[in-house]
Structure formats: C-alpha cells, structure tokens
Design a protein around this ligand. Structure first.
Ligand code: HEM
Length: 511
C-alpha cells in the first residue's frame, strides 16, 4: 500500500513539474532548461551562487541571444525577467498600474510591523506613500542632519579608539552600527548606542531581522506556498521577538513624547503628527482595497511602528553597504581618495571648517563617488514587482499574467558593457556634469524607479556623503591584506555583501 501511495505521489509530482516547466515555452517566452525540482535555481539552492549571480548569468545569455525578456523558474514559481531598458521603463513607470505591488506577504493582524510601505499595495500603499513623502524632502533631511552628524561623530570617536589598538579595521560592521544608530535616532527617536556597544539590543534585533534560521526558512516556504494557511496559523513574517521589540520601542517613545510634550526633529515626530490626520484607517478593513482614499482616522500605533521598522530595515544595511564599497574603492584608488579629500578641504574652507548640510551638498565629486559605488555595487542588485493586472508586453503577443513576479536585474544592467564602458572599472567621472546625461535611461537603478522608487533616496545620499566626508576629514585609508580580493559576494541574503568583510588600515590624515 505504502509503495503504491509513494508511486502515485511521484507520478503526480512528476506531471506537476512537467506541466509547470512547460509554462514559458507554451507562451513563447525564451527560457533556459530548468531542472527538477529547482527550476533554474539549483546552484542558488546549494549556495554555490547568489540569486543575483544567477540572474546576471541569465541576463547575459538571453541578451546576447537578442532577447528583450526571458522566463525563469524558481522551483516551480514562474518569474518574468525584464532585460530591455525600454521594457523596464514601462514596468516601473508608464505601465505602473499593471505592476503596483511587490508581492510581499504581510499580516496586519498577527504581525503588525509587516504591514509597511514596502509590502503594501493598491490604494493603501498609494495613500501611505503620499502621506510619507513629505517626510523625505530636502528640508526634512536638513532638519535631521544634526542627528546624523552626531552619530558620525561617535563613529569617528570609535575609530579613534580602535586605531590605538594598531590593528586593521573591518569597516562594514562599524558602518552597520553607524547606520543603525542613525535610523534608530531618526526613525525611532532613541539612542541605540550600537557604536559604543556592538551588542546593543537594537543592533541585535537588526541582525536577527536579517538572519534566516532554518525555522524561518521553513516558515517562508509555508508563507510563499500557502499564504492562507500561514494566516490561519498566525505565522508572522518576522520573529515574534523582533516584532514585539520594535512595537514596544515605538509605543514607549510615542507615549513618552505625547505625555511630556516632547518634540524632536525626526521621522517619528512626522509619523506622530499623522496620527491625528484623516485619511488612512478606513482603508483597513476593506478586503478589496477599494476604499475612499481621502477619509479615515489617521495612523494607528501599529502603523507608526511598521513604518519606523521599514525605514530601519530598508535603510541601515543598504546605506552601510554603499558607504563601505565607496571606502573600499577609494582605498584601492588613492588618486580618487585624494581628489575627494582635496574637494572637501576647499569646501570646508568656505564653511568655516564646519561640515554642515550645505557643505555636504557642495561635495560634487564625492557625490559622483557615491553614485559610481551604487552603480558598481548596487546594494539591492535585483528587485521585484508583482503583476496586478494582466500585461501585454509592448509590441508582442506575450502576456504577463496577473499574480506573476517581474524581476528587474539592476546589477546586470549596471555591469553591462553596452551601457557602461569598461564596467568593472571604478570611474566616478561617468557621473560628472558633462557625462551624466550620456547614461541611457533606465540602466542606472540603485534606488529603483517609478512611483515605487526608494523613498529614502535623498536621506541615504546625504548620510553616505556625510559619513564619507567624516572619514576623509580625519583619516587617510589604505586597503588591508585581510580584504579578500578579488571580492566575492555572499551567496545568501538580499543585500550585496562581500565575503570576509572590508578591512582597511587607518593612518591619521593631515587635513
Ligand atoms: C543607499 C541606500 C539605499 C538603497 C540602495 C535603497 C534601495 C531601494 C530599492 C532598490 C528600493 C525598491 C525600489 C523599486 O522597487 O523601484 C527601495 C525601496 C524603499 N526604500 Fe530604499 N534604499 C536605500 C536607503 C533607504 C533609506 C535610508 C530608507 C528609509 C529611511 C529607505 C526606505 C525605502 C522604502 C520605505 C522603500 C519602499 C518604497 C515603496 O514601496 O513605496 N531606503 N529602496
């Protein structure tokens, strides 16, 4: 009997996969031969390469065969890979109504912090996005500048102390602590002190939120495959400890500020102001997401916690990665480092030796260094959109069906020699005034594009430039032999991460 059941099961699974793996071919979409049961992801599953490596490989193969798009299988899951920049432009921008979701699972009821701007879709996302946008203007970023700078000063102090030990320093970890402190201060209104205490609870929780235990992987498989069952079982996206921690921090801080009439120039304050605003809540119990967008009761405590949480998650690792790679390239290219330092000296001269918001804004060459780092090492090397309305690929008879994901291969575009001459070379001049306009549309996507472009882009640029300026102001740096070259990236995780970290030597600068 058991043998019979097993045989039937094998036959069912075989036909299921046979049918699933014929999907793209049936639709006339070019694809690569999948293998049972991994689809095109065998080497990713066994951690021999990252999703990004695989996507770059498929992009290069398909593009050189002349295709503008391709079909990929993640196990039996079908994903549409956009290759042509014009098609990417349509998906992200012009035809946004077909792709306004990311397809990220959230459960407002059982895991309230999962219902944030990154995961929401439809009118709920639209209303929240327009509510949060004013928190990210140049004026608001300027308003938070002193808080960012103060964390930068702590970082300089920490480096000062570490240098006394006369050892090489792994900067990725220090920068993750710096950006944790910045977001902790700006989004949660608290001093996390992760620079002074590497095991501070906030940093610990940040690490935990980005680490997948085997239990998390199992949970994600259930969430992906059976989202209704996941809701029934009350499976939250994040570990209950992480969710509770962030909810509690927000609740305590909001209550404290309201009871003591305390205000601070930060995101949390702007979110608190939205508490009384009319416009969001009556979207909540509308399963169809079709509620009137202009009336309601404002943000609840859980919603405030969810937004603060995503600012933290989306902001700390991406920004610290950007700064780390910029430092690495400046260590590898001393002439670029010297030019950035000399620009800084000129600007500081004009600003009474003070690193102010306006001074940072004048660091044009440093900005090209950051942009070139984002090109060569986009922290989010691939990102997804979910098809929300059946989509006809322009100029073809091919349709992307509702519910499928479209994958945008940012890193593959950034390293494509058709768009960037000698793409492996770190050359900030690509982004100078004279050259910037020569870059083709939609081949530079470190922050995404269209209505769902990164909301924290300006904040991230200011924070990155400020931190780099503080490094340049105080130190000359060179590469330590401990950095493993050529760089190899971790095969797990979402954000681009170099294996072994980035190690620098820091003799004192003369500026
Ligand atoms: C260098 C640093 C950063 C990089 C490279 C980056 C990259 C990205 C990318 C690629 C997306 C997806 C865009 C798309 O789908 O078109 C995104 C979305 C987002 N980012 Fe960032 N990000 C950075 C920093 C930040 C910071 C500092 C914050 C908040 C303070 C933030 C908050 C968000 C949010 C909330 C979204 C979702 C926006 C929406 O769906 O409406 N990011 N980011």
């Amino acid at each position: 009997m058991l043998v019979l059941v097993a045989a039937v099961l094998i036959v069912v699974i075989y036909f299921y996969y046979k049918n699933a793996f014929a999907y793209w071919e049936r639709r006339g979409v070019p694809t690569l031969q999948p293998s049972f049961p991994f689809g095109n992801m065998f080497r990713v599953v066994v951690r021999m390469e990252s999703v990004n490596d695989k996507v770059c490989e498929i992009y290069n193969k398909m593009k050189s065969a002349g295709y503008k798009y391709a079909g990929i299988y993640f196990f039996s899951r079908k994903v549409f890979l956009a290759i042509d920049p014009q098609l990417i432009k349509c998906i992200l921008g012009k035809d946004f109504r077909h792709f306004n979701d990311r397809g990220i699972y959230y459960d407002e009821e059982n895991d309230p912090v999962s219902a944030h701007l990154f995961s929401l879709s439809g009118p709920k996302w639209k209303t929240l996005r327009s509510k949060l946008t004013p928190a990210f203007t140049a004026g608001k970023t300027k308003y938070m500048f002193d808080a960012i700078k103060s964390c930068g000063d702590d970082m300089v102090q920490l480096l000062e102390n570490l240098m006394k030990l006369d050892e090489d320093i792994e900067i990725k970890d220090i920068l993750a602590r710096f950006t944790t402190d910045v977001i902790g201060s700006c989004a949660f209104g608290i001093e996390c002190n992760s620079l002074t205490n590497p095991n501070a609870e906030f940093r610990e929780m940040g690490r935990r939120a980005f680490t997948q235990t085997p239990g998390d992987v199992f949970k994600m498989v259930i969430i992906r495959s059976f989202p209704k069952l996941a809701k029934l079982l009350k499976l939250g996206v994040f570990s209950p400890r992480v969710s509770r921690f962030f909810q509690q921090v927000v609740e305590d801080t909001v209550n404290f500020r309201e009871q003591n009439n305390v205000t601070r120039p930060d995101f949390l304050q702007l979110l608190i102001q939205m508490r009384g605003d009319a416009s969001l809540n009556n979207l909540h119990n509308d399963g169809n997401n079709h509620a009137d967008e202009t009336c309601g009761d404002g943000l609840t405590m859980n919603e405030i916690a969810a937004q603060a949480f995503i600012f933290f998650l989306a902001g700390f690792e991406t920004t610290s990665t950007t700064i780390s790679f910029a430092l690495l390239e400046m260590a590898l290219n001393p002439s670029i480092q010297e030019r950035a330092r000399s620009e800084l000296a000129d600007v500081l001269n004009k600003h009474e030796n003070k690193l102010t918001y306006d001074a940072v804004g004048e660091l044009q060459f440093l900005e090209t260094v950051v942009l070139e780092s984002l090109r060569k090492y986009p922290p989010a090397p691939v990102f997804l959109r979910k098809c929300t309305e059946r989509y006809q690929v322009p100029g073809t008879n091919v349709y992307v069906e509702k519910g499928l994901s479209a994958l945008i291969p940012a890193m593959a575009l950034h390293r494509d020699p058709d768009f960037y001459e000698n793409p492996e070379c770190f050359d900030p001049e690509r982004f100078n005034e004279a050259n910037r306009h020569k870059i083709k549309e939609h081949v530079f996507l470190p922050f995404g594009d269209g209505p769902r472009i990164c909301i924290g882009m300006r904040f991230a640029m200011v924070q990155s430039k400020l931190a780099l300026a503080q490094f340049l102001q105080h130190y000359c740096f060179t590469l330590s032999e401990k950095t493993q070259l050529p760089l190899k990236m971790e095969t797990k995780g979402i954000v681009l991460t170099p294996i072994g970290g980035i190690w620098l030597k820091f003799p004192k600068s003369s500026l």
